[in-house]
Design a protein around this ligand. Structure first.
Ligand code: FUB
Length: 316
């Protein structure tokens, strides 16, 4: 396939973004990227995929934090062990997102919560004064556990309902957390960022063409809200648009088809120095696979009507 980048083919609906050097993290496996821009630097928070070649499940003992000033060269700045959440267990450093508010950093994560038995995953929240160092469990217990979502009614949550948190702070300072697997939920966060504010809502996406799987991410562009997420299986990345961070959401199309060699994909969208980026994972490193994933990046482009261009993954 011709490697036609956005600059030379602005009318195309599906683009090779022209990004070079994927996967951007090469020295170890990395999954579920979350991104943050602070003080002129971009940061990536990723799970450290540590499963062996023949493993058949996730093995993530820690999260790794990388930084960059050009989005192409990434430096490992630190690691945060799953054990900062003492109520959790296992190598379960699943998907997370860090965000800054009033000079403090908050990190929302997925970890295994043995108190829930097999219906195990919960959302934890850590806090720090620094984007890399000093992360501590902020509340000493889950922020969301399965007793708080009840789906189907009376049965408690599905085993993986409470995973993959994403947090977005609107211009008026109100924070929203979206999360979920199969079921998509959202709740407002209080000003302290470590308590839910009001009810948990279950979200339906209007005109959805396929099914929501997991990995929501929320961003804003030109007064519109964009909710991107993994859909179907193996996972494509799709997105929906709304005039409010609380919805209603209308499905708007796919951003990327499922990539070869891994069932999951998980994405983040940020603007860094005037360019938008789509950050995701593939099985792109040698011996990569479902449990040995690697973070890649594409430049992301909007159409004049505010829709997003679908991307082809750029190989290294
Ligand atoms: O990495 C573990 C899980 O795989 C994440 O929580 C999901 O989003 C999927 O990528």
């Amino acid at each position: 396939q011709e490697n036609t980048n956005q600059e030379s083919n602005p009318e195309s609906n599906q683009v090779f973004s022209g990004f070079t050097g994927n996967p951007v993290i090469k020295e170890r496996f990395s999954a579920d990227p979350a991104a943050l821009v602070h003080d002129g630097k971009a940061y990536l928070y990723v799970g450290h995929d540590s499963a062996g070649v023949n493993s058949n499940f996730y093995d993530l003992p820690e999260w790794n934090i990388y930084s960059s000033t050009d989005m192409e060269k990434w430096t490992l700045e630190g690691a945060v062990p799953r054990t900062i959440f003492e109520w959790a267990s296992g190598n379960s450093a699943w998907a997370s997102q860090a965000i800054e508010k009033d000079g403090k950093f908050y990190w929302y994560t997925t970890v295994f919560n043995p108190a829930q038995g097999e219906r195990g995953y919960s959302i934890g929240v850590a806090v720090s004064d620094d984007p890399v160092k000093g992360w501590k469990d902020a509340i000493g217990k889950p922020l969301v556990s399965n007793s708080m979502t009840d789906n189907p009614p009376g049965m408690g949550a599905e085993p993986w309902d409470n995973i993959d948190p994403t947090v977005f702070i609107d211009d008026d300072g109100q924070a929203y957390m979206y999360w979920g697997n199969t079921h998509l939920y959202y709740a407002k966060l209080k000003d302290n960022m470590v308590e839910l504010d009001g009810e948990i809502h279950q979200v339906q996406i209007n005109d959805m063409q396929g099914s929501f799987t997991e990995a929501p991410f929320l961003h804003k562009y030109n007064d519109k809200y964009y909710l991107s997420f993994a859909m179907n299986w193996p996972e494509d990345i799709g997105y929906a648009v709304s005039d409010s961070p609380a919805g209603p959401w209308t499905y708007a199309g796919k951003l990327m088809d499922a990539t070869e060699g891994t069932g999951t994909n998980h994405s983040a969208i940020i603007e860094y120095e005037g360019q938008w980026y789509f950050i995701y994972h593939t099985a792109g490193l040698p011996t990569g696979g479902d449990y040995r994933r690697s973070v890649s990046i594409e430049k992301l482009y909007y159409n004049p009507d505010g829709t997003l261009k679908k991307m082809n993954p750029t190989a290294s």
